[in-house]
Ligand binder design. Structure first.
Ligand SMILES: Cc1cc2nc3c(=O)[nH]c(=O)nc-3n(C[C@H](O)[C@H](O)[C@H](O)COP(=O)(O)OP(=O)(O)OC[C@H]3O[C@@H](n4cnc5c(N)ncnc54)[C@H](O)[C@@H]3O)c2cc1C
Length: 400
């Protein structure tokens, strides 16, 4: 099989890229080792701005009609019991594409997105695993190898997630030493008091995300330090039940709840790439970088990254002399788009790991809804990160 662009991985990043390329008439093959629908451990929250990308892909109406839950904001409960509640519709002057975030099972979302890639004209192949890259004599990537043969392409893209084979084969993958966290993810029915805000409960030994995911199900994603892996090696469900039962503010809400999907473990997270391209190749989505699930932005970043890379590869395929300039431009576009958010993510990651700090932030943010709304807007991708990455904001939250 030959193509202009081979995309390895048909999750949100790969599907978004495939739609962008195929719509430009670029011959695109997107392959995924899984067959859709397939599960993916995730807290399944989509920021309000993600709806803009879904609409552009032709997926928004289908996602909404699938029974996705609509979320009006996010509540973060600190270890001291104080709650930071931010709404997407607020008086800070910034407006998202949609007034609501969405919460939808990944089995449902990713199948719709993969289908959009096919509808846009990409050749979409399921159940095909890429194991190796193919290079020419000059070491430029010229395609990839499957168990049965090769797919040749002018550009090969790693959209293959956190433990990207493509990033590793390119020698670009880096792992963060801190924080080292693992997640247990599942769905329950019958959880009490699930409202229209996504919830994060930060405790001294981890945090749990809880959200309505439609059809009477609640997604539950518990994130704990990797050092606790041994404790749930035997029975993940029992560990999760014990963890929830030990928190008085959650125990009652889960007293009559029933697990309706297996408990899946994933992590550690914290992977990034030295740069998101090599000669003849590029990385997008988690394959390029992923920090920590707390801010719940991975799906948006993956889809937005797909849009940026589609522009770059289009330029690269047109350029006769230096297609690498387009890929360097992709790295610059990523820094411009995500640079501020990377800082916010890392600061939040540090604050969440240190209870005195999040307790202090909660004292201010629980009393100042305007500051909380701004922060939730930044994590929801419609308020510029510069609104909170400034001393005056940090001072108000931690000092004044
Ligand atoms: C616990 C947890 C909770 C999260 N919660 C949220 C949240 O609430 N909101 C949010 O926005 N983000 C969340 N995220 C992050 C989000 O899941 C990811 O950022 C997002 O899935 C990235 O999309 P992607 O397309 O880059 O990768 P993926 O979604 O991982 O897709 C990669 C695809 O590549 C395929 N693949 C892998 N290897 C190969 C191969 N060798 N050959 C062929 N195909 C291959 C896989 O089958 C998969 O379909 C969470 C992550 C975790 C771990």
């Amino acid at each position: 099989m030959n193509a202009d662009v081979l995309i390895v991985g048909g999750g949100p990043a790969g599907a978004s890229l495939a739609v962008g390329l195929a719509r430009r008439g670029i011959d695109t093959v997107v392959v995924d080792r899984a067959r859709f629908p397939r599960p993916k451990p995730c807290a399944e929250y989509l920021s309000p701005e993600a709806s803009r990308v879904l609409a552009d892909m032709g997926a928004l109406a289908r996602v909404e009609q699938s029974g996705a839950a609509a979320l009006s904001g996010v509540r973060v409960r600190a270890p001291n019991g104080l709650v930071i509640a931010g709404d997407f519709v607020a008086r800070h002057g910034f407006k998202a594409y949609s007034d609501r975030g969405l919460s939808v099972r990944r089995e449902v979302l990713d199948e719709i997105l993969f289908d959009c890639a096919r509808t846009a004209g990409a050749r979409a192949v399921e159940g095909l695993r890429i194991a190796e890259l193919v290079r020419d004599k000059t070491n430029r990537v010229t395609g990839a190898r499957t168990a049965d043969g090769e797919i040749r392409a002018k550009f090969t893209v790693g959209a293959d997630g956190l433990r990207s084979v493509v990033a590793r084969r390119l020698g670009l993958a880096k792992t963060m030493r801190w924080p080292r966290r693992l997640a247990l993810v599942t769905h329950y029915s019958g959880v009490g008091d699930v409202g229209e805000q996504g919830e994060m409960h930060v405790e001294r030994d981890g945090y749990v995300g809880i959200a309505d995911v439609g059809h009477g199900a609640t997604t539950v994603a518990l994130v704990v330090p990797a050092s606790r892996a041994k404790e749930f090696a035997g029975d993940r469900g029992a560990f999760l039940d014990r963890w929830l039962a030990a928190r008085p503010h959650l125990a009652g809400r889960f007293a009559k709840a029933e697990r309706v999907s297996p408990v899946v473990a994933t992590g550690p997270f914290g992977a990034y790439s030295r740069r998101a391209w090599a000669r003849g190749a590029a990385l997008v989505g988690d394959a390029a970088d992923f920090f920590d699930p707390f801010t719940g932005e991975g799906i948006y970043a993956a889809m937005r990254g797909g849009e940026l890379l589609a522009d770059a590869l289009d330029a690269g395929l047109r350029s006769r002399d230096d297609s690498m300039a387009a890929l360097r431009g992709y790295d610059r576009a990523r820094r411009q788009e995500f640079g501020g958010k990377w800082i916010v993510e890392r600061v939040i990651g540090a604050v969440v790991s240190w209870p005195p700090l999040i307790n202090r932030a909660a004292r201010r943010l629980s009393a100042r809804k305007d500051l909380a709304d701004l922060l939730i807007g930044v994590t929801g991708n419609f308020v510029p990160a510069s609104e909170v990455v400034r001393w005056s904001y940090v001072w108000k939250v931690f000092v004044g």
